[in-house]
Write a protein of this length. Structure first.
Length: 171
């Protein structure tokens, strides 16, 4: 497996800022499914925290845009839950005052329909604010995405290489 990881990392690094080929995305997904959730989560956190990748908010928003309705709901509810009392104020600030009453620090409970109303730009703002209020949200979201590697494979080559590097070290 380590040979596969090394070869895939070289392929991804060769892509640079270009688009990741679908075959490489699928190979990443296969490797990610076989990895331990801990090493996958650590790799995702490393990508989220790296200065070589887009911001945490940007990557979360990108994966939100690729998610199915249930995954979108999970993403948003984890972000809102990690914000505590400031969640309602942010939702109101984003023009989502109808959703603000649904968000509370104890039980985030936006419905699938409510989460679907959010744009990727709004999710980026929520994720950025969540990270500034609670830096631990990066770990929470990394654990969530480790359970949904199909979303992780949509990230760029540098982020995928970082995740693979952690998976490789975990073996």
């Amino acid at each position: 497996m380590n040979e596969n990881i090394g070869g895939l990392m070289q392929q991804l690094l060769g892509v640079g800022a270009g688009a990741v080929p679908e075959a490489a995305r699928e190979e990443f997904h296969q490797v990610a499914q076989q990895a331990s959730p801990e090493s996958l989560s650590q790799g995702i956190a490393a990508a989220f925290n790296s200065e070589q990748t887009p911001s945490f908010g940007s990557m979360v928003a990108h994966m939100f845009g690729q998610a199915n309705p249930d995954q979108k709901t999970g993403i948003v509810n984890r972000l809102i839950g990690g914000m505590g009392p400031s969640a309602a104020a942010l939702l109101s600030q984003l023009g989502l005052s109808g959703l603000a009453g649904q968000a509370n620090a104890v039980t985030p409970n936006l419905t699938t329909d409510q989460a679907a109303q959010l744009s990727t730009g709004q999710v980026q703002q929520i994720a950025t604010q969540a990270q500034s209020v609670n830096p631990g949200i990066v770990g929470t979201m990394s654990n969530f995405y480790a359970q949904h590697p199909v979303l992780v494979k949509t990230l760029g080559a540098v982020a995928l290489s970082m995740v693979l590097g952690r998976i490789g070290r975990g073996r």
